[in-house]
Design a protein around this ligand. Structure first.
Ligand code: PLP
Length: 396
């Protein structure tokens, strides 16, 4: 019996465990201090009423003989696929129902999609990067190349003939940097993928935070993308489904490589290895797309966006460089006074009792940068920024 030795090539991730350790040590030594966490990547507001009501009704249905349901379609119920289709249509993207696959979240599909792609492909990820893209490919033994994101390119790397790859990961709005590609930039990536017979894996998990209407929410708003891109999205950040679990992946019928339809391969993969998302959850998910659901989630997203504005305002006042915030829940800032990421982490924790995420934890290009998120409470976000402003102005 041989294990998958590729797993031995994974690097242990100490990012969140080191943060927890440092925070615990600090709290033990300073029990009277009130620590504010602005590093969380999870939502904090509850599910909206429309979703809760729909799930209650669906639960009732499951307890009645006539409306009980067992296994559902592996690709998701038509009522949810058609709601998602209409949602795409609202930003001018036409999809066929069979191109939409319902899943238990973007993370699973981002990992699972690799089942249908050859292991000899070279993979391009950006640096800094959401670590799932890297680790899932290391597990399969694929070669990974990095595309540099930095202050010069606004943390939005562009295609380069020097960094060639068969599989290209793009995440916009980006985690961790909050940077968002515009149409021209995404067009360049699409043209590059088509020219090089590459496949783009487009992670749109944060699309709902885009309020600038000139920015694309879906890669399919770009001409040609249906020939070279798979899109992953999720209700996790859109509607607070991080614990409820529901996402969707779009695999266009026109994605043909080696004469084979990726849609058909993915259908085969899903019907073989996945038995679908619970009916109750899919009913809750469908409620997100109703007029009432849209109104209610807009309020929650608006709350996080207001938090982001509060953080951005403080950084503007202090003259600190950052990306993100405007169309993303993440704010990626340059550590002041040339501090390194962990130095700034300690500085914030020890002097202001604010916890964020060191940028270097997302890749070498994150060194000297830091991620704050807008998922905290309003009160705590305001308090944290007051502390930052007061402390920074006092030491100057
Ligand atoms: N993609 C990105 C960029 C994320 O940041 C996350 C979660 O934080 C996910 C995907 C996973 O989301 P889900 O909860 O749908 O699995």
């Amino acid at each position: 019996m041989e294990i998958n030795k590729n797993y031995l090539n994974l690097e242990a991730s100490y990012l969140f465990s080191t943060i927890a350790k440092k925070v615990n040590e600090y709290s033990e030594k300073n029990p009277d201090k009130n620590i504010i966490r602005l590093g969380i990547g999870d939502v904090t507001l509850p599910l909206c009423g429309a979703v809760v009501d729909a799930m209650k009704t669906a639960t009732e249905e499951m307890g009645v003989q006539e409306t009980f349901r067992g296994y559902g379609p592996e690709q998701g119920y038509d009522f949810l696929k058609s709601a998602i289709k209409d949602y795409y249509k609202s930003h001018s993207v036409d999809l066929e129902s069979d191109e939409i696959f319902i899943s238990d979240g973007a993370k699973s599909d981002l990992g699972n999609i690799l089942d249908i792609l050859g292991t000899n492909n070279t993979v391009m990820v950006q640096n800094p990067v959401y670590p799932v893209y890297v680790d899932t490919n290391i597990m399969a033994g694929r070669k990974i190349v990095y595309s540099d994101c930095n202050e010069e390119n606004g943390f939005l790397s562009m295609p380069s003939e020097d960094v060639k790859a068969d599989i290209i990961y793009l995440c916009s709005p980006n985690n961790p940097t909050g940077a968002v590609y515009n149409r021209e930039q995404l067009s360049e990536w699409v043209n590059y993928a088509i020219k090089n017979n590459a496949l783009i894996l487009f992670d749109a998990a944060y699309e709902c935070f885009i309020s600038d209407e000139t920015l694309p929410r879906s890669i399919y708003e770009i001409e040609g993308a249906k020939k070279c891109a798979i899109e992953f999205c999720s209700l996790s950040k859109t509607a607070g489904f991080t614990g409820t679990r529901c996402g969707y992946t779009v695999v266009p019928d026109s994605l043909i490589y080696d004469g084979v339809s990726l849609n058909k391969l993915w259908l085969r993969r899903q019907t073989t290895k996945f038995n679908g998302v619970p009916y109750i959850v899919q009913k809750g998910a469908a409620a997100v797309f109703t007029p009432q659901g849209q109104k209610e989630i807009a309020e929650n997203i608006g709350y996080y966006k207001e938090n982001a504005k509060i953080i951005m305002k403080a950084l503007d006042e202090l003259g600190i460089w950052y990306t993100g915030g405007a169309n993303s829940p993440y704010i990626w800032l340059k550590c002041p006074d040339n501090m390194k990421s962990w130095e700034f982490f300690d500085y914030l924790l020890n002097n202001m009792q604010i916890v964020g995420t060191p940028g270097v934890g997302f890749g070498t290009n994150g060194e000297g940068y830091f991620r704050l998120t807008s998922f905290g409470s309003r009160e705590k976000t305001i308090e944290a920024m007051d502390r930052l402003l007061n402390y920074s102005l006092a030491v100057k």
